[in-house]
Design a protein around this ligand. Structure first.
Ligand SMILES: NC(=O)c1ccc[n+]([C@@H]2O[C@H](COP(=O)([O-])OP(=O)(O)OC[C@H]3O[C@@H](n4cnc5c(N)ncnc54)[C@H](OP(=O)(O)O)[C@@H]3O)[C@@H](O)[C@H]2O)c1
Length: 322
């Protein structure tokens, strides 16, 4: 089958280690099924893999891609949950299983014509969502769902700041948060992306680091170094910062004095459970929210898609079709 593979790690030039071409068809383990991929969404995770973050060279070559929607062997339309883990080992939550991995970390991923996953990782795709839209849910949208609805601790009507508005997780936070009745403020490096964020449903958008009209109840952080100090300064006393990523680097000053003096809660968030993915799909069905797709490309043009993400030249998700 045709697939996009991480063949080598190159921290400086991630595209140098990417190969497009034939790979063996997947052979499912016991209890696993093979899904025919109809659409697969790109995440920053795929760039990290090529840079060698979260994976070691002995796992290569490995097919890239965390997210997919497609057809199971009986022809049912399904969304593929990316977290390969045992809920029992994580106190009922597979994201807390110490041995959990995402597709493309230990097992071949979704940038291929077929992907093999445990049967429990299949979630029915609502008919109302296209395959391209459904393929956006398992990583970016599920992460945003858990950040907002499990980790933030704030209720509808609260003000939530989303840093780095243009990203896949960030646009998901804007769309889901708006649909749930939060007042969403967003920041972006780019004026065009700030305008797009407001069109998407943000109440207001600001340049990175800008002083806000008032402090917010919660901050959704995916950017890390470039926005961390602003996040700590922007949240009200007793408020919360939920962090799921550090695209610009993970070594900012921790701002410890401000964290304790204003009694902030800083909480990490990673992916979500299979059951949360099912509820997210229903949330989209019920609210009419549809993932924002910047562009759809043939899988054979994956190199162009990765380059756009590395350049920061996206607003929303990029989806590949095999
Ligand atoms: N923990 C988890 O389970 C989980 C799940 C999903 C994602 N993540 C992580 O979350 C991060 C975002 O993922 P994604 O797929 O949404 O990535 P993405 O689509 O590439 O978005 C990255 C966003 O970060 C902002 N950004 C990047 N570099 C910046 C800089 N130097 N200064 C200011 N802003 C910068 C950009 O916002 P603007 O261009 O608008 O300024 C960009 O839109 C990644 O690090 C990813 O690994 C973690």
């Amino acid at each position: 089958m045709f697939a996009v593979t991480a063949a080598r790690i190159d921290a400086e030039d991630p595209l140098a280690g990417m190969e497009l071409g034939e790979r063996p068809d997947p052979v499912p383990h016991d209890g696993w099924v093979t899904v025919t991929v109809k659409a697969a969404a790109l995440n920053h995770h795929d760039v990290w893999t090529l840079r060698g973050v979260g994976i070691s060279a002995d796992r290569l070559p490995i097919v890239l891609g965390c997210d997919a929607a497609g057809l199971d062997p009986d022809g049912n339309e399904v969304i593929v949950h990316s977290v390969i883990g045992d809920p029992d080992a994580g106190g009922g939550d597979e994201t807390l299983d110490p041995r959990r991995s995402l597709l493309s970390e230990r097992y071949d991923g979704t940038f291929a014509e077929e992907v093999s996953v445990p049967r429990r990782n299949l979630v029915p795709k609502p008919a109302a969502l296209s395959f391209e839209e459904a393929a956006c849910l398992p990583t970016a949208y599920l992460t945003a769902y858990k950040m907002l609805f499990e980790k933030s601790g704030v209720q509808p009507g609260a003000t939530v700041l989303v840093q780095g508005a243009g990203g896949g997780v960030a646009t998901a936070l804007i769309l889901l948060g708006r649909a749930a009745g939060y007042r969403i403020w967003a920041t972006s490096r780019s004026e065009a992306k700030r305008d797009s964020a407001v069109k998407l449903g943000a109440d207001q958008a600001f340049a990175n680091g800008a002083r806000l009209p008032e402090r917010v109840d919660a901050v959704m952080e995916t950017v890390g170094h470039a926005t961390w100090a602003h996040s700590v300064r922007s949240v009200r006393p007793g408020g919360r910062i939920v962090i799921c990523g550090a695209t610009s680097g993970d070594a900012p000053p921790a701002e410890l004095t401000r964290v304790f003096f204003t009694q902030l809660t800083v909480t990490g968030s990673t992916m979500g459970s299979r059951d949360q993915l099912g509820r997210l799909a229903r949330f989209c069905e019920q609210t009419g929210v549809r993932p924002l797709i910047d562009r759809v490309l043939p899988l054979a043009e994956a190199r162009d898609g990765f380059a756009a993400m590395i350049a920061g030249d996206l607003f929303g998700k990029l989806v590949f079709v095999p």
